[in-house]
Design a protein around this ligand. Sequence first.
Ligand SMILES: C[S@@+](CC[C@H](N)C(=O)[O-])C[C@H]1O[C@@H](n2cnc3c(N)ncnc32)[C@H](O)[C@@H]1O
Length: 237
Amino acid sequence: MMLSVKSYPMNGGEGQYSYAKTSSFYQQGDLDITRHSYPKKSPKKLDVKLLCSSSNSFNIADLGCSVGPNTLFGIQNIIQSIELTSQFQGLNVQFQVFFNDHTSNDFNTLFKSLPPGRTYFAAGVPGTFYGRLFPENSLHFVHSSYAIHWLSKVPEEVADKNSAAWNKGRVVHGGSKEVEKVFSCQYENCMEKFLRARAMEIVCGGFMALPSSLQYQMEQILQKARWLQLLILWVLA
Ligand SMILES: C[S@@+](CC[C@H](N)C(=O)[O-])C[C@H]1O[C@@H](n2cnc3c(N)ncnc32)[C@H](O)[C@@H]1O
């Protein structure tokens, strides 16, 4: 069931060049959006009572969590928002947070940095989010920030000198239509896998939030989600 893939994790630990020390700069602004918009939006849209009808546990997954302040900041915002909603609906909910990333992610540092007074249970889920990670109908809220633009692999054609899509050894695509096309196909392929897996794992009426500043990417995801008739996608761009 689990796929095995090459992974390139962020720098672990807490040193000068670790992701924990360098990541907040460019993403905190976007994640700040979650602080402002989750609490405002969720009371109206999320029926916590219905979602947690068989237990009072509310399951959240952070896909491609890495390690550092962003990880904890995003989860804190979601929990605050759901707490607000559940209080509003007269419920006492217990939170379970699943932190997912590739197996090579520095989960040790992540677990050490979990706030001692947190109001959620925490667990690590290793593996690629382009495959199934959770049982069917087990998640209420999926959050993934700045991670789904990582493709599962580099398309073979860009490294093949005999292909029209050969990218001359470059990492970025530099203007050729053929190169753009194979990357775009790869992206579509990855997104389909991502959405199919989440469609199985998220309960009916659950939520998915994908904070990112990549508008084009979001439009493509929404199109795919509609095609798959996947629950409501709540996207913050
Ligand atoms: C730029 S970091 C973002 C981390 C964090 N979510 C944030 O907002 O700061 C992207 C993370 O996604 C993870 N990632 C990339 N592809 C993945 C995949 N297929 N499955 C699970 N994690 C993946 C990487 O290992 C990395 O930790």
